[in-house]
Design a protein around this ligand. Structure first.
Ligand SMILES: [Zn+2]
Length: 125
């Protein structure tokens, strides 16, 4: 039997530390500073914005596909089918590319966009 010098609690010899004081130490250690202020949440790109890029990618891919396949001697109808498939694949890749690599709206946390003076202004008369 031994007595804790800090709190006076009596313990069996098998215990090496005072459970009361150990708990106090833990509580003290858990006490944390106030959490840092949260960063402003960034805006995720809307699905519409990604879909628009996919459609643009698909259209460009289709046009390129038709041009390339037709240039290779494929008839225009077949070239259009192959081009549409290629365009679909390219559009899908473009969509995934933006979705994975650039999921956030650009410039949201970069502060206000500086005025560069190319917006039309009314001249004072
Ligand atoms: Zn103690």
């Amino acid at each position: 039997m031994w007595t804790c010098p800090s709190c006076g609690e009596q313990h069996e010899d098998q215990f090496k530390e005072c459970w009361k004081c150990f708990g106090k130490e833990l509580q003290h250690a858990v006490t944390a500073n106030s959490p840092p202020p949260l960063a402003p949440p960034r805006m995720l790109r809307s699905y519409g914005a990604i879909l628009a890029r996919m459609i643009v990618g698909a259209l460009i891919g289709t046009l390129l596909g038709v041009a390339v396949f037709h240039r290779w001697g494929v008839s225009l109808a077949d070239a259009f089918v192959a081009g549409a498939i290629a365009g679909g694949v390219i559009g899908l890749l473009v969509g995934i590319f933006f979705w994975v690599l650039f999921p956030y709206e650009p410039g949201f946390d970069a502060g206000p966009v500086p005025e560069d003076g190319d917006s039309p202004r009314q001249s004072p008369d």
